[in-house]
Design a binder for this molecule. Structure first.
Ligand code: TTP
Ligand code: MG
Ligand code: MG
Length: 357
């Protein structure tokens, strides 16, 4: 059995934890793209705000229109959320062989007492950290994750094989992790709206339309063979990286970003030519003492050559500068954790779920 835990409105709940005075108000955590003004997007919002129609990825100015005057708009503070995440991880690890899959998600594979273990882990996170989460328990990781999504916020949903199959079969295809927007559209055009509609489509046609990898993934989904469906995407490893020397040693974030952008041009051309999408972006800093350090960020939805990563790059650079007082001599970037998305052109219009490590 798999137990999947996902923290509720994580960044916003972490803000409520250190600012109890925010509780009861709408809390909107924002990625500001400029030093001043409201340019940028919502990272996450608490459930009070979601009721008003504020959501992740929404432009900040739109969220402000929906929010009452006493709503709190604050910039993301990844350093702090990583610390809270690390504390939560330490607790979850006590309940079994835990794997962290994003800043606010973990899964545990366990043979017995899955539901009791899930409940105990959830309770201990609440008691020790003061953060609520939603927990799904199911025979497959996909089922556990979907169960956790289904019982948000502060829920626990345990599924046996039959209920897992029912939940997945009744889900809209675009709600399935691993099915992107483009694939969902293609499926909708084939009159496949829910997973159970997939059964009507000839497996041969699925493979023809989506390519071998995605096609057989969809066939497995249709047939209820869920094991490994979530893992599979991580199997396809690969990377493209570029590194360059700076004209002068520097700590100037704009010079560093400029260099990364220049290196990226080449890496993006490679992505385009090879039709690759990546999930993880790494920036490497070689400091004046010649030591190499890196900072990375992962996205739940893969990114491609046409996506703009500058907001995240700016953030990784500033994270590094906060931690080190040394000057930087060389800087590099790497895209890795590739996903084969044959049939999916661009995901640029989707705001990615950002996972920070
Ligand atoms: P999620 O677990 O997807 O979202 P959440 O914890 O805010 O809300 P939920 O209760 O539905 O789980 O993502 C974890 C954190 O990642 C989230 O708090 C903020 C960040 N994030 C983004 O920056 N952009 C996004 O589009 C999403 C979805 C999340
Ligand atoms: Mg969450
Ligand atoms: Mg999450």
């Amino acid at each position: 059995m798999f137990i999947h835990l996902d923290m509720d409105y994580f960044f916003a709940q972490a803000e409520e934890k250190r600012h109890p005075e925010y509780i009861g108000k709408i809390v909107v955590v924002c990625v500001y793209s400029k030093k001043t003004g409201d340019a940028g997007v919502v990272s996450t919002v608490n459930y009070e705000g979601r009721k008003r129609g504020i959501h992740s990825g929404q432009p900040i100015f739109q969220a402000k229109r929906k929010a009452p005057l006493d709503a709190v708009f604050i910039p993301v503070d990844h350093g702090y959320y990583s610390l809270v995440s690390a504390d939560i991880g330490k607790i979850i690890e006590k309940f079994g062989d835990a794997h962290q899959t994003s800043i606010d998600e973990w899964f545990i594979e366990t043979k017995n007492m899955a539901e009791a273990t899930a409940r105990a882990a959830k309770q201990e996170v609440k008691a020790k950290i003061g953060i609520t989460c939603s927990v799904g328990v199911a025979p497959s990781l996909l089922g556990a994750k979907m169960a956790a999504d289904r019982c948000k916020p502060d829920g626990l949903l345990a599924l046996d094989e039959e209920n897992e199959r029912k939940l997945i079969n009744d889900s809209d295809v675009d709600k399935i992790i691993g099915i992107g927007k483009k694939s969902a559209e293609t499926l909708n055009n084939l009159s496949v709206f829910r997973v159970k509609d997939l059964k009507r489509i000839d497996p041969v046609l699925l493979v023809e339309r989506f390519g071998k990898k995605t096609g057989s993934w969809l066939v497995a989904l249709a047939e209820g063979r869920y094991h490994g469906l979530l893992m599979q995407e991580h199997d396809e490893q690969g990377e493209v990286s570029r590194i360059g020397t700076l004209e002068n040693k520097t700590r100037d974030p704009s010079i560093l970003l400029e260099k990364v952008t220049e290196l990226e041009k080449d890496a993006k051309r490679w992505l385009r030519e090879n039709n690759k999408f990546f999930r993880t972006l790494i920036i490497t800093f070689v400091t004046e003492d010649m030591a190499a350090h890196s900072k990375s960020i992962s996205f739940r939805k893969p990114r491609g050559w046409s996506d703009d990563n500058s907001a995240e790059e700016r953030m990784l650079i500033s994270q590094f500068l906060d931690e080190s007082s040394l000057e930087i001599r060389r800087i590099g970037m790497k895209y890795f954790n590739f996903l084969d998305v044959s049939g999916q052109k661009t995901l640029a219009d989707e705001f990615c779920n950002l996972l920070y490590f």
